[in-house]
Design a protein around this ligand. Structure first.
Ligand code: C5P
Length: 479
């Protein structure tokens, strides 16, 4: 009777046997016995051709890889694995990306190979991994350019302090940095390093530079470090978090119903100078106007936001003009016309002092306080609503009231000549001024009548999205 030495079988068969035995929880020898039995009993066994197609995958890796139904067109990622202890999590990241039907090709830096092997990355990704800028096999046709371009996104995980420093300074002395420098696709970094390295001034500078260069970040998170007893910000984001973040770059863009529309928005308070150090203003935070600007941008509009002094970051993708006074705000609004839609969410000061002091007013002992004579500011909403030629197609004002909300808002709609009024109760009990929530009543002129829609309490972001949705709807069904 002949004996069979499994070690001497060819690699494809060995690999198939390991895979199958691991899946069925048997030893390889047992698995061979089962196959022979199945064969003798007439069950279908894989043909020689089928065996030849089985990829060479180490059993311990492939047994844990989920094998999703293959779909194409779900995105391609070049994953650059940097040299840090978090590199072991990148192997799990490959699995998470594959579960989402994303094709992954890995590039490992020299340092990364101290932590994980190219073979493990290849086995999990199902594609060859790359390590060398001077690899004759892949570089005969400038393979690093292919790695940089033949993908939808480049993910760097872990992004070490060294890799970030090289990127920020445009180095290209190995395959990973050459790919990153040649990239024309979005780049997502998942930094991982000791908290002291992350908070070091040099790393902060590099991270800031990379952000300015349009590089995206996920993490780092706060938590325990691999180094015993160390904790802080520097832990690499979890693979699921990175995969979810990466997926956002691969999804088809949401519809842009306001594409091609110019939207002008005012926000925040105005400050009316009394003298060089004092001013009259109000408690507006600007949050609602900024949220509307972001929602309009997300709907594809070309947005200009003219804002008084606020403590908010400029919304991404929006042209922001910072002003102080009502008169400056009016000047900028007029300069930015024409627009298709204008939304006046600013809490413009009604009055300014008639004579602004050129020097700081002095308090003199025994004298009465100086009288402040006030004059009315220009009404921006009313001015723009009454324009003949450059009036935007849809002009929306706000009515912030502390009593008789709807009646006052209706009167305002008529008095100012705008098309819609967003009315909100700003009495102190509502917490609307400066808060994150808002209760809105939308008043619209319809066939000579004024309709009133009462909205439930929503966050200011939700109000913004709902308002933009109403605008999209109105543009679709012109009166
Ligand atoms: O008259 P009132 O300040 O209540 O009107 C509120 C609406 O008018 C808001 O849309 C506000 O932005 C706008 N407004 C303006 N210029 C002013 C006063 C108010 O654009 N001077």
């Amino acid at each position: 009777m002949a004996s069979l030495t499994i070690r001497k079988l060819d690699d494809a068969i060995k690999s198939y046997l390991r895979l199958r035995s691991a899946k069925n929880g048997r030893s390889v020898e047992e698995e061979v016995r089962v196959i022979l039995r199945e064969y003798l009993e007439g069950s279908p066994t894989p043909s020689g051709a089928a065996l030849a197609r089985v990829p060479v995958v180490p059993a311990e890796a492939s047994a844990s890889v989920p094998q999703p139904a293959r779909r194409t067109g779900d995105g391609r990622i070049t994953l650059i694995i940097g040299g840090g202890i978090a590199a072991y999590k990148s192997l799990d990241l490959i699995r998470r990306l594959k579960e989402r039907h994303i094709q992954v090709r890995c590039v490992l830096t020299k340092a990364a190979q101290q932590f994980v092997t190219p073979l493990a990355a290849s086995a999990l990704s199902g594609a060859r991994s790359y390590t060398d800028l001077f690899d004759a096999e892949s570089e005969f046709d400038a393979g690093h350019i292919r790695l940089a371009r033949d993908c939808d996104l480049i993910v760097v995980a872990p992004a070490t302090a060294d890799l970030m420093a090289k990127m920020a300074n445009g180095h290209a002395d190995d395959l990973a940095t050459a790919v990153l420098l040649a990239a024309t696709r979005p780049i997502l970094l998942a930094p991982a390093m000791n908290p002291a390295m992350w908070s070091n001034a040099a790393t902060r500078r590099n991270a800031e530079q990379l952000r300015r260069d349009g590089i995206h970040f996920v993490g780092p998170n706060a938590g325990e470090m691999a180094e015993a007893g160390e904790a802080g910000v520097g832990r690499m984001a979890e693979p699921l978090e990175i995969a979810a973040s990466a997926e956002r770059f691969l999804r088809p863009k949401p519809p842009q119903p306001l594409a091609g529309k110019r939207v002008l928005i005012t926000a925040g308070p105005t400050q009316e100078a009394i003298d060089p150090v004092r001013y009259i203003s109000n408690r507006s935070s600007g949050k609602q106007g900024f949220a509307i600007a972001a929602a309009a941008r997300a709907a594809g509009a070309d947005v200009t936001l003219i804002t008084g002094p606020v403590e908010l970051d400029d919304p991404k993708g929006v042209a922001v003009i910072h002003v102080e006074s009502a008169r400056q705000m009016l000047d900028k609004v007029e300069a930015m016309l024409p627009a298709d839609i204008a939304i006046f969410a600013a809490a413009v000061a009604d009055w300014r002092v008639a004579h602004e002091g050129g020097q700081k007013m002095k308090k003199t002992a025994g004298q009465l306080p100086p009288p402040l004579q006030l004059v009315e500011n220009p009404d921006i909403l009313a001015t723009i609503s009454r324009l003949k030629e450059k009036r935007p197609g849809l002009v929306i004002g706000f009515a912030a009231e502390t009593e008789h909300l709807i009646d006052n808002a209706k009167a305002k709609l008529k008095r100012k000549g705008c098309d819609w009024i967003v009315a909100n109760d700003v009495s102190p009990a509502t917490g609307t001024f400066g808060g994150d929530r808002n209760t809105i009543h939308l008043l619209r002129r319809e066939d000579g009548e004024i309709s009133v829609d009462d909205w439930p309490v929503m966050t200011k972001d939700e109000v913004a999205v709902a308002l933009i949705a109403q605008i999209v709807e109105a543009l679709r069904t012109p009166a």
